[in-house]
Design a protein around this ligand. Structure first.
Ligand code: LLP
Length: 401
C-alpha cells in the first residue's frame, strides 16, 4: 500500500507519483512474453518522458520510441543506447532528421514519400547512408477512441501498402538509404486482439513480398497500443498478444520491436490532489481540487475515465463533479462521480495517471506544473521539482520594455 498522505505531506500537491517497481514489473512481463524471439521493447517516450523514468527503463534494457528530436535527446541523456532508439512521426523537420542521422540511432521511420525524398537528400548531404523503416498504414479499425486510432486510411499516419512497396524498391536502389525495418501502429488503448492480428498479417505478407525481390528487412516493428484497465476494460493478455504476433511471423527471421507506452506506466502512476472546497449549485455538487486540466487533461480531452478515491474517508457517498480551478467548464477530472463528503485539505488520488498525464500538461492559467516523485523499493525521491513562478516567466521576463 502506498502511503499517499505521507507523500502529499512531504512533497505538497498537486503531485505525480510513479511506482518504479510496478513499471519494472510491466516491462518484464512484456519482455518475457516475447522471450522466444530477439526483441527490443522500445518504450514510447511520449507516454511518460521524465528522464528518471526513461533511465529506469533503460537500466532494465529498454529501447526508446521517439517522435521528436527532443525525445531522442531525452532517451540518449537517460542512457538508452543509440542502437535501441527509433524516430517516428509524420512531420520531422530537417534539423531533426540531420541530428537523428548524426546520432546514428537504429532507424528513422518514414511516414510519406515526400519525407523519403528529404531523408535521402539530407543523408546525401551528410555523406552517409540512413537506416530507414517505413510506417505502413494497414487500414485496420482498431476499435478504440477516434482520437487515438491511427491505422486507418483516414488517419494521417503511415503510407498505404502500394506506396510502401514503391518506397522500398526505391530505397534499395538508393546509395543513401538502407531499408532495415517495417513499422505499423494501429492505435492506442487497444483492447481487442483481432485488429492487431489482422494488421500483423498484412504487414508480414508485405515483408514476404519484399523478400521475393531481395529486400530483406531485419526489424519488424509492431508499434505500441496495448490497452490497460482504467475502469473495467478487459485487456489483452501480453502472452496472447506476443503469441498472435509471433504466429503470423512464422518463417520470418526478424527482430521484433514493440513500442509500449501506456502498458508500462499508466497504472504505475498516481496523481495526488487536495480538496479546496465543496460547493453546491442548486442540485449540483462540485468538489474543487487544487489539480486541474493543465496537470491531467485526459478527462477533458477524451472524456477519459480515471478511478478517483478520497484517502481515508468512509463517509456516505453522493454524486459530484470533481473540478479544478482553471477557467474552463471543460476543467474536470470526473462528472457525477460518487464521492464521500469532503472538506478543505482532504486528499484525493486519481489513478492510472502514469501515461499521458504529466507529459500532456501545460502552464495554462499560469499554473506551474506539478512535481514528480518516484517510489522505488520502499523509498521515495523527487524526479522533477515543482515549477515556480520564476520558471514560468523565465523566457519572457528579459523582453519586458
Ligand atoms: N508507437 C506509436 C507510433 C504511437 O503513435 C504511440 C502512441 C505509441 C507507440 C504508444 O502507444 P501506447 O502503447 O502508449 O498506447 N494521449 C493519448 C494517447 C496518444 C497515443 C499516441 N501514440 C491518451 O492519453 O490516451
Amino acid at each position: 500500500m502506498i502511503n499517499f498522505s505521507h507523500l502529499a505531506e512531504k512533497y505538497q500537491t498537486p503531485l505525480y507519483v510513479y511506482d518504479f517497481d510496478a513499471i519494472a514489473q510491466q516491462y518484464e512481463t512484456l519482455k518475457e512474453a516475447f522471450r522466444a524471439r530477439k526483441a527490443i521493447m522500445a518504450f514510447a517516450i511520449k507516454s511518460n518522458s521524465n528522464l528518471s523514468v526513461v533511465q529506469h527503463l533503460a537500466k532494465l534494457g529498454a529501447g526508446a520510441d521517439c517522435v521528436s528530436i527532443g525525445e531522442v535527446r531525452r532517451a540518449l541523456l537517460a542512457g538508452v543506447p543509440k542502437y535501441k532508439i527509433i524516430f517516428s512521426g509524420v512531420g520531422k523537420q530537417d534539423h531533426e532528421i540531420k541530428e537523428a542521422l548524426e546520432s546514428d540511432i537504429l532507424f528513422i521511420n518514414l511516414e510519406s514519400e515526400a519525407e523519403f525524398e528529404r531523408v535521402e537528400m539530407i543523408a546525401k548531404e551528410l555523406g552517409l547512408q540512413a537506416r530507414i523503416s517505413i510506417r505502413v498504414n494497414p487500414n485496420i479499425d482498431p476499435k478504440t477512441h477516434p482520437y487515438i486510432s491511427t491505422g486507418l486510411h483516414g488517419n494521417k499516419f503511415g503510407v498505404e501498402i502500394n506506396a510502401a512497396k514503391r518506397m522500398y524498391l526505391k530505397a534499395k536502389k538508393s546509395e543513401h538509404l538502407d531499408p532495415v525495418g517495417i513499422h505499423f501502429h494501429i492505435g492506442s488503448q487497444l483492447t481487442e486482439l483481432e485488429p492487431i492480428r489482422e494488421a500483423t498479417e498484412i504487414v508480414a505478407d508485405l515483408v514476404r513480398t519484399l523478400q521475393a525481390v531481395d529486400i530483406n528487412l531485419k526489424f519488424f516493428d509492431v508499434g505500441g497500443g496495448l490497452g490497460v484497465t482504467y475502469e473495467n476494460e478487459v485487456t489483452i493478455d501480453p502472452k496472447e498478444y506476443a503469441q498472435a504476433i509471433l504466429a503470423t511471423m512464422r518463417g520470418l527471421d526478424m527482430t521484433i520491436i514493440c513500442e509500449p507506452g501506456r502498458f508500462i506506466t499508466a497504472n504505475a502512476g498516481y496523481f495526488l490532489t487536495r480538496v479546496m472546497y465543496e460547493k453546491q449549485n442548486d442540485e449540483k455538487r462540485f468538489v474543487i481540487v487544487d489539480g486541474a486540466m493543465n496537470d491531467l487533461i485526459r478527462p477533458s480531452l477524451y472524456s477519459a475515465y480515471h478511478k478517483i478515491e478520497a484517502v481515508d474517508n468512509e463517509s456516505e457517498k453522493s454524486p459530484a463533479d470533481i473540478v479544478g480551478p482553471v477557467c474552463e467548464s471543460g476543467d474536470f477530472f470526473a462528472k457525477e462521480r460518487l464521492m464521500p463528503r469532503l472538506k478543505h485539505n482532504d486528499l484525493i488520488v486519481v489513478y492510472s495517471a502514469g501515461a499521458y498525464g504529466f507529459g500532456m500538461g501545460s502552464n495554462y492559467n499560469t499554473r506551474g506544473r506539478a512535481a514528480e516523485v518516484a517510489l522505488e523499493e520502499g523509498k521515495d525521491r523527487v524526479i522533477r521539482r515543482r515549477e515556480s513562478f520564476d520558471d514560468l516567466v523565465a523566457l519572457e521576463k528579459e523582453f519586458l520594455l
